[in-house]
Design a protein around this ligand. Structure first.
Ligand code: TRP
Length: 337
C-alpha cells in the first residue's frame, strides 16, 4: 500500500484474518491462505494474525506466543508478501482495540446474543463465557472497518459476523455521517470447504482429536500420503463425484484444487483404478504442493531477525492506515485524539 500507487490506481481493498490457534490445516491453506496469495496481485491486501480474537478462549501464554510467530511465518511461507500486502499481528496495531471499544458502544446486546458462534462457543466453554467472547464481532468489525475494506474473504462460519459489521457500519454512518465503507463477503468458488479425512461430513479441523482426520500445512510428505491412504471413503470402488460419496467427493475436490484438473478429467484418469491408487495420487499431489511452504517455513523460522523486522514494519504500516480512520471516528464521536 504505497502512498503514490494508492493515488494513481485505486484498487479495491481486501482484508482478512486468521486466528493463531494451533497449526494450520490443508483446509486453511486451500480455503484461505492460498487465495490470499493470489489476491495480492489484483487488490490492495491486508492480512493479519488475529491474536486478540484468540484470547476469547483461555490460552497458555507460552503456547500462544509460539503460535502467533508460527502463524505469521506460515503465511509468509505460503507466499503472502509483506512488500505487497499489509502483513501484521493484530495486537501490535493498537487502533484495533481502540476502535473496537467505540463499535461495542454502537452494537446492541440483542445483536450479539443472536450470533451463532457465540452460542456455540459459550456452550463449548461453559466455564469461561467472558465479555470478550460476547463482543468478539465488534472487534472483528473494527479489523475490517479500520482499513475501509471493500471485500472480506471469510468462510461461511464468519458470514454472520460480516453481516453484523455492515449493520454496525450502517448505524454509525447514519448517526455520525459517512465514515465507514460497507464491506462485502468474498467467497472463493473452488475448494472452499475441505472436509475431515476421518468423517467427510464434517469440516477438517485442527482441533480434531483424531490426528488422521486432518493434514497440517507442515506435515512431512510421508505423513501426508499415509493420512490420505487412511481416508474414509465408501465401498463402491469407483472414482466419481456423486451424492452420498462424501469421502471421494472431498478427495476429488482437494485433488482438483491442487492440480487444477476438472472432475471429468480426474474421473477419466482414474477410470478402472482402485481407491488405493487415487489416494496415493492425492497424497503425493498435496505433499508436492506443500513442499515449498514447508521449506520456506523452515528457513523463515531460523531467521528470527528477518521475521521480526517483517512484523514490526507490518504493524507500523498498518497503524498508519488504521489511524486515519480512527482519527475520523474520534472526531465524529466528540473524542480528542
Ligand atoms: N474471526 C475470524 C475467524 O475466526 C478471524 C478474523 C478476525 C477475521 N478478524 C477478521 C476474518 C477480519 C476476516 C476479517 O476465522
Amino acid at each position: 500500500m504505497h502512498e503514490v500507487q494508492e493515488k494513481k490506481e485505486k484498487k479495491p481493498i481486501i482484508l482478512s484474518g486468521i486466528q493463531p490457534t494451533g497449526i494450520f490445516t490443508l483446509g486453511n491453506y486451500i480455503g484461505a491462505i492460498r487465495n490470499w496469495v493470489q489476491l495480492q496481485e489484483d487488490y490492495d491486501t491486508a492480512y493479519m494474525i488475529a491474536d486478540l480474537h484468540a484470547l476469547t478462549v483461555r490460552q497458555d501464554p507460552k503456547v500462544l506466543r509460539e503460535n502467533i510467530l508460527r502463524a505469521y511465518a506460515v503465511i509468509l511461507a505460503c507466499g503472502v508478501d509483506p512488500e505487497k500486502s499489509l502483513t501484521f499481528i493484530q495486537s501490535q496495531v493498537p487502533e484495533h482495540a481502540q476502535l473496537s471499544w467505540i463499535l461495542s458502544c454502537n452494537t446492541q446486546f440483542g445483536e450479539l446474543s443472536r450470533m451463532t458462534q457465540f452460542k456455540d462457543k459459550s456452550a463449548k466453554h461453559a466455564d469461561n463465557i467472558n465479555a470478550g467472547l460476547f463482543t468478539y464481532p465488534s472487534l472483528m468489525a473494527a479489523d475490517i472497518l479500520l482499513y475501509q475494506a471493500d471485500l472480506v474473504p471469510v468462510g461461511a462460519d464468519q458470514s454472520q459476523h460480516l453481516e453484523l459489521t455492515r449493520d454496525i457500519a450502517t448505524r454509525f454512518n447514519g448517526l455520525y455521517g459517512n465514515t465507514f465503507k460497507l464491506p462485502q463477503g468474498y467467497y472463493p468458488k473452488v475448494g472452499a470447504r475441505v472436509m475431515s479425512l476421518a468423517d467427510p461430513t464434517k469440516k477438517m479441523s485442527k482441533s480434531d482429536e483424531n490426528q488422521n482426520a486432518f493434514i497440517t500445512i507442515l506435515d512431512e510428505p510421508g505423513t501426508i500420503v499415509k493420512k490420505f491412504k487412511r481416508a474414509v471413503t465408501d465401498s463402491e470402488m469407483s472414482v466419481r463425484y456423486a451424492e452420498g460419496k462424501d469421502g471421494i467427493n472431498n478427495l476429488m475436490s482437494i485433488y482438483s484444487s491442487v492440480t487444477g484438473l476438472t472432475y471429468e478429467q480426474i474421473e477419466h484418469d482414474f477410470a478402472g483404478k482402485g481407491y488405493g491408487d487415487f489416494k496415493q495420487a492425492v497424497g503425493e499431489a498435496v505433499a508436492e504442493e506443500l513442499r515449498p511452504v514447508r521449506e520456506n517455513y523452515k528457513r523463515l523460522r531460523e531467521d528470527k531477525a528477518y521475521l521480526e523486522a517483517c512484523y514490526r514494519a507490518g504493524a507500523e504500516k498498518a497503524s498508519h492506515v488504521a489511524r486515519r480512520t480512527l482519527q475520523k471516528v474520534y472526531k465524529k464521536c466528540g473524542l480528542i485524539l
